[in-house]
Design a protein around this ligand. Sequence first.
Ligand code: UDP
Length: 263
Amino acid sequence: MTASVMIPRMERQDKRLVDQLRPISFETGIAPNATASVLVTFGRTKVICAVTIEEDVPRWMKVQRVEGGWLTAEYSMLPYSTLDRKRRDITAGKLDGRSSEIQRLIGRSLRAAVDLGKIGQRTIWVDCDVLQADGGTRTASITGASVALAIAVNKLVAEGKLAESPMKRLVSAVSVGILEGEALLDLCYVEDKDAEVDMNLVMTDQGEFVEVQGSGEEAVFTADQMNRMLELGRKGLEEIAELQRQVIAEEDRPSAGALEGLS
Ligand code: UDP
C-alpha cells in the first residue's frame, strides 16, 4: 500500500505554480531606426531592447589595433517605469551603481552570444530601456536583447555585409529565488522585495552557464536550495529559449521567402 502526502505549496500572488514563468511575449520592429528592436514582456515587466550596428569601432580598438568589432550595452529604467516615479538613473552625467552593474551584465552576456572577431570593424550598440518594472528587468533585458541581436546580425548577413553569421549561441536569462523557504521561478516585484534569496541566471541554449548572480538578503541558503533554484531556472530557460528561437525564425521568414522567389 502506498500513502501519498500532500505538500502544501505556496500560493503566489498571481496564482502561478512555483515553476511557472510569467506570460512572455516579444514584439519586434518597434523602433524602426534601430537595426533590430524588440519589446519584451515578462508579465508586467516590459523592456524595449534595441540593437544598432554602427560601421565603426571604439577609438581604443583602433589605437590598440584590435581586430574585429565590439559590443556595448546600456540599460535604463525610465522615470515612469516604477510605481513611484523614479529619478533618472543618470544624474549630473553619472550613471547610478545599479544601472551601471546591470548594463555591464547585459554586455558580458551578449558578448558570449556573438563572435566579435566575425563582425568586422563594427560596434553593436544594445540599448535596454525599461518601460515598466515589475521584477526581473535585467533578465528580461538580456532575453529580449539576445533576440534583437540575432535579428540584427541576420539582417547584415541577408544584406551581404557579413559572409556568415557571427552568432555563436543564443543566451537567455531568468530570475529565481527563495521566498518563505520555497524556491520560485521568475519572481515579480512583490516576491522579489521579500525574497530571502535573489538569483539571476544567464544561460546558453545549450544548457551552459554564462553568469550566475545570487545573494541571500540578510539570509543564508543551502546547497539543496541552490540546486532547486538551478533546476527551476534551467526549466524556465529551456521554455524561454524555445520562444526566442520561434521569434527569430519568424523574422527571418520574409527574407527566406524572397530568396525562394528568386530561384
Ligand atoms: N525597483 C524599483 N526601483 C528601483 C529599482 C528596482 O521599483 O530603483 C523594482 C523594480 O520593480 C525592479 C525590482 O525592484 O524590477 C527588482 O529590482 P532589482 O534591482 O532586483 O533588479 P531586477 O530584478 O529588475 O533585474
